[in-house]
Ligand binder design. Structure first.
Ligand code: ADP
Ligand code: MG
Length: 345
């Protein structure tokens, strides 16, 4: 085994650690007046509305350090919050990061975690403006809070879908879930045979979907350029089924979607088959794809119809709380709320 350098956090202390964390955190946004280093961050308020969202990730519940490199974990913790901001049609500006550190965590490990956090900050143009650091006796805890902004008229909720609207989804679905199955299998094989080298080449896309999700800010910027404000929107963190039902419930409408329109990557499809899992189940009930599900009025269709990465999967109707899937064989089935849940275990 390669011996990695390990510096105990106690040897540099909490202030030493925060000093390291605060390196390379120069503000990218005008609204960041003061970031890390005082009792509180100072943000300039604008005439826009602010959105605020937070997500907590616990070792053993949301991630397993056996296959989640710390850098990826840091990146993902930021990306999932950015995705929530994106789902409001807002632009993320600042984040804070709270960490609970177990004594297994060295200074180098915290550095790796923050390398990932800072890489995501750079990619999504957000400023790390503060946080808190404590000890944890039950594994690593990381909680990120993100603040974003948008013009009041452009903020999109889950509640605005209307009869006749077109249901759209970005990217492809199910990959992150099946990628997790691959990683779990690799871990099992590793436990049985520690000499084994991971063979992830054939699964590179889906493993990446699990380890390094991408928040779809690109779509938010493109919609803004085209002057399109979706009527409703949500990010796909728990699987398409549960997100569709959220839109139905919040908007008081129904949706009908078509199996043959669902975007599924070939590697996702093939690997699901290899694992004996129905690929459509991965799409409907897998989690963590972090794509955007939104509805647009039909008048906006022309502007988006040639978009390579937006798929039109169905329509909104007046049947409140009724989400239905038309299968390839022409059967109509009810979509059940069986979101990806960490409480299943
Ligand atoms: P206080 O005692 O007032 O909570 P801290 O010593 O915890 O102050 O924090 C000092 C500064 O470092 C603050 O700006 C705080 O937001 C920032 N900070 C502390 N922990 C973290 C962290 N894990 N990530 C980012 N910033 C942090
Ligand atoms: Mg503190």
């Amino acid at each position: 085994m390669k011996q990695e350098k390990r510096t105990e956090i106690s040897s540099i202390g909490e202030f030493g650690l925060i000093e390291r964390i605060s390196r390379n955190t120069e503000a990218l946004n005008e609204s960041t007046v003061k970031g890390i280093g005082d009792d509180a961050a100072i943000l300039d308020s604008s005439d826009k509305q602010r959105v605020l969202t937070t997500d907590m990730l616990l070792e053993g519940v949301h991630f397993d350090l056996a296959y989640m490199p710390l850098q990826h974990l840091g990146y993902k913790a930021v990306a999932v919050n950015v995705s929530d901001v994106a789902a409001m049609n807002a632009v993320p500006k600042q984040i804070t990061v709270n960490i609970g550190l177990s004594n297994r965590m060295s200074v180098e490990a915290v550095d790796a975690l923050y390398d990932g956090i800072k890489a995501a900050c750079k990619d999504y143009k957000v400023d790390l403006v503060g946080g808190d650091t404590t000890a944890s006796y039950s594994g690593l805890v990381i909680s990120v809070t993100a603040i974003g902004e948008a013009e009041a008229a452009k903020v999109v909720r889950r509640s605005g879908a209307q009869k006749g609207d077109i249901v759209c989804v970005t990217g492809d679905l199910g990959g992150a879930f099946i990628g997790l199955q691959v990683l779990a299998r690799e871990k099992q094989e590793f436990v049985e045979n520690p000499e084994m080298q991971p063979q992830l080449g054939t699964y590179s896309y889906i493993v990446q979907r699990q380890l390094k999700p991408d928040a779809r800010m690109d779509i938010i910027h493109e919609l803004a350029e085209q002057n399109i404000v979706p009527t409703s929107m949500i990010d796909v963190s728990d699987g398409l089924a549960s997100e569709l039902l959220h839109i139905c419930r919040n908007s008081g409408v129904g949706v009908q979607i078509y199996e043959d329109k669902l975007p599924i990557d070939k590697q996702t499809y093939d690997t699901a088959v290899e694992f004996g899992i129905d690929p459509i189940t991965c799409v409907m009930n897998g989690g963590e794809d972090y794509e955007l599900l939104f509805t647009i009025s039909q008048s906006e269709y022309e502007k988006l119809k040639n978009h390579m990465d937006i798929h039109f999967i169905g329509f909104v109707n007046e049947h409140a709380n009724q989400a239905r899937l038309v299968t390839k064989g022409g059967n109509v089935v009810d979509i059940k709320a069986q979101g990806f849940t960490h409480f299943k275990k």
